[in-house]
Design a binder for this molecule. Structure first.
Ligand code: UT7
Length: 316
């Protein structure tokens, strides 16, 4: 299943982006006061130094969305739909995207996408489909408050998570636009590896997810690169889901993408699930690492298990 850019009459380009992070920063040292862990263990095993904690999924999404709209120079009434990727909705019903629609005053449809940490790439893919059938402008957001479903006495999960949001405005253009290829995958038989019941806490089989994550990231990235008509050497920047620095390094090595081409923000933000790719993308834009003309690989994996890779030609 893939998209042939030559057959697409209308594609999309990102015209604005924004982020939101709670004010409260919690360092590894802070965590080692309340649980049996250490800064050295967390840094060596995950690459994380600190994380932002707090807020609500809708509140962070509204903040990031507002910045993205401003940067795109767009009014709320110019947006045709809000697509919110989240695995930590504020409530089961209503969808959190409706609160974002209301908070931003966007007179349009709104829906949530839950594909865990792959959610933003799923949402971006769905958004391109909507542009192809006539939408003009969409607000696509990844927002999470994983801290709310974390058992703060369980060091195996608590040291990993962070809260935050990243948003983009995606606008229709004639012709293929930025998205050259996409690859979505899911395997529900692996659901038990990372789960959270209603009212419960996140639990995971970290070692098994690690092994599977590297495999699906490498496979789906290689497929997306090939379907974009590119080779791995054409990729200027890899923006991976930020779950563990060692996963990012292992996947990059196996794909043959040098480390300096990976965007890493896990040291500052921890694992923010579906917010991690838009947060990393915003970082690459703000530091001038992501420039017009670049070929960018987005690749994520997470609960489900799900995975998603896409290749963008930045600036269309
Ligand atoms: O967003 C997508 C979903 N999540 C992931 O992708 C997570 C993928 N997995 C991982 O990132 C890693 O497996 C972890 C970071 C979760 C764990 O790293 P690991 O290298 O697989 O460690 P481990 O679970 O094998 O544990 C090694 C040791 C154990 O002690 P013993 O048995 O060797 O004495 C653990 O009890 O480290 C111990 N340990 C800790 N020590 C200090 C586990 N968690 C901690 C901790 N602080 N927080």
């Amino acid at each position: 299943m893939h998209r042939n850019p030559m057959k697409v009459a209308r594609g999309g380009v990102v015209t604005g982006w924004g982020t939101a992070l709670p004010d409260k920063i919690v360092t590894n040292e802070d965590l080692s006061v309340s649980m049996d862990t250490s800064d050295a263990w967390i840094r060596e095993r995950t690459g994380i130094r600190q994380r932002h904690l707090g807020g609500t999924t809708s509140g962070l999404a509204i903040e990031a969305g507002r910045v993205a709209l401003d940067r795109a120079g767009r009014r709320p009434d110019e947006i045709d739909a809000v697509i919110l990727a989240t695995t930590t909705p504020d409530q089961i019903v209503p969808g959190t995207s409706a609160a974002v629609q209301d908070g931003l005053g966007i007179p349009a449809g709104a829906f949530d996408v839950n594909a865990a940490c792959s959610g933003f790439v799923y949402a971006l893919t769905v958004a391109h489909g909507m542009l192809a059938i006539g939408a003009e402008r969409l607000l696509v957001i990844g927002s999470e408050t994983l801290s709310r479903i974390t058992d703060w006495d369980d060091r195996s999960v608590a040291v990993l998570v962070g809260d935050g949001a990243g948003a983009v405005v995606l606008e229709a253009v004639d012709g293929p636009g930025q998205l050259l290829s996409w690859k979505l995958g899911a395997d529900g038989s692996m659901g038990h590896l990372l789960q959270c019941d209603h009212g419960g806490y996140l639990s995971m089989d970290g070692k098994e997810i690690f092994r599977k994550a590297v495999r699906v990231v490498v496979e789906s990235s290689a497929q997306a690169i090939a379907e974009a008509g590119l080779t791995v050497d054409d990729i200027d920047l890899m923006i991976p889901h930020q779950a563990n620095l060692r996963i990012i390094q292992a996947a990059g090595q196996r794909l043959g993408i040098p480390e300096e081409k990976s965007v890493v923000v896990i040291d500052r933000y921890g694992n923010t699930s579906s917010a991690s790719i838009p947060l990393a993308m915003a970082d690459a834009l703000e530091t001038g690492r992501l420039r017009p003309g670049n070929h960018v690989l987005l690749t994520g994996f997470g609960g489900g298990m799900t995975w998603a890779s896409a290749v963008l030609h930045w600036g269309g």
